[in-house]
Design a protein. Sequence first.
Length: 104
Amino acid sequence: MFLARVTGSVVSVHKVPSMTGQKLLLVEPLRVDPQQHERLIGTGRTFVVVDAVGAGQGQMVLIVQGSSARLTPETEKLPVDAAIIGIVESVNVESKTIFSARAS
């Protein structure tokens, strides 16, 4: 699993039938800044993921990849390898809150 921020959406007109109606989002994985452990920074990578929880633009989310992406009732029959499985409320590192959705 990893943390990511939703940065955009993907629209696909032609796709396999099982993907019809599935919300596709762009996310950028995040990591703890090695210089300042009080903040998260982007990795510079982008993933297309299936949204299983109703996430929105700018939200921090929890992502799973590989076979784990197909272990939810919403994704078990989909040809996907990355899925949003949670919307993050807060992140704590070394007993300090470095992200809070309420403060965003």
